[in-house]
Design a binder for this molecule. Structure first.
Ligand code: PGA
Length: 249
């Protein structure tokens, strides 16, 4: 049986007081259980509030939405992987499409962030995905696998084997358009094959999540699709009760 991963990417939502209220409501719906992993990615300034709200729930994990690749220094406005780790994060999102497309992050920079995360003992969740134009041009696999190689190429194959991958087609993020379970499976399978080449290993322990307009209505079908090991959810993770029902899928 799969042990699915449910990751909530809050993006720039939920101030500390909202985050605390969310957690109170969410924990009332979600008791401790061993058969799934739940990870929250709050905004940096609400991170401490979520740590406090989860002090009695070590079963629930935390991650940051972004890091800078240097370990410390004069980089106004940034947070390092070391700071994130010391604050209680175990995971970091790297290469999210909003970072790539709104903030102009390059594939090379994603690689540097994976290396920084690894040095600090954070697990990177490497997000890859094609735009609509790239999909329509038949370039989905080429783009996704190139992003994957660039992100993981900065670390040893042993360290790459500790990463998590999230396939998030750009055209499906925040748009209400979801990849079909079959579309997701096909790309996940290609990612899995590439990972086996990168890791030089026949068996694959790297989970591959799907993200992009996941909601209560489609979560179960996406999760049941072959090669889908979990879900990375934005908009539908913002409501405590709705998120609890997705996590309990
Ligand atoms: P969405 O976002 O669920 O709102 O489409 C997913 C993501 O960006 O991780």
């Amino acid at each position: 049986m799969k042990q699915p991963i449910f990751a909530a990417n809050w993006k720039m939502n939920h101030a500390p007081a909202d985050a605390t209220a969310f957690m109170r409501a969410f924990l009332a719906h979600f008791g401790k259980r061993q058969d799934r992993s739940v990870i929250f990615f709050p905004p940096a300034l609400s991170f401490g509030a979520v740590v406090g709200a989860l002090k009695d729930r070590p079963d629930i994990q935390l991650g940051v939405q972004n890091i800078y690749w240097e370990d410390k220094g004069a980089f106004t406005g940034e947070n390092s992987a070391t700071i994130a780790r010391a604050s209680g994060a175990k995971y970091v999102l790297v290469g999210h499409s909003e970072r790539r497309h709104i903030f102009g992050e390059t594939e090379e920079e994603a690689g540097k962030k994976v290396a920084a995360a690894t040095r600090a003992g954070l697990t990177p969740i490497v997000c890859v995905g094609e735009t609509l134009a790239q999909r329509e041009a038949g370039e989905t696999e080429q783009v996704v696998l190139r992003q994957l190689r660039a992100a993981l190429g900065t670390v040893s194959s042993a360290d790459a084997g500790n990463a998590i991958i999230a396939y998030e087609p750009v055209w499906a993020i925040g748009t209400g358009k979801t990849a079909t379970p079959a579309d997701a499976s096909a790309v996940h399978q290609a990612i899995g094959e590439e990972l086996r080449r990168i890791l030089d290993s026949g068996s694959l322990a790297v989970p591959i999540l799907y993200g992009g307009s996941v909601n209560r209505g489609n979560a179960a079908d996406l999760l049941a699709a072959p090669e889908v090991d979990g879900l990375l959810v934005g908009g539908a993770s913002l409501d405590a009760q709705g998120w609890a029902s997705i996590v309990l899928t």
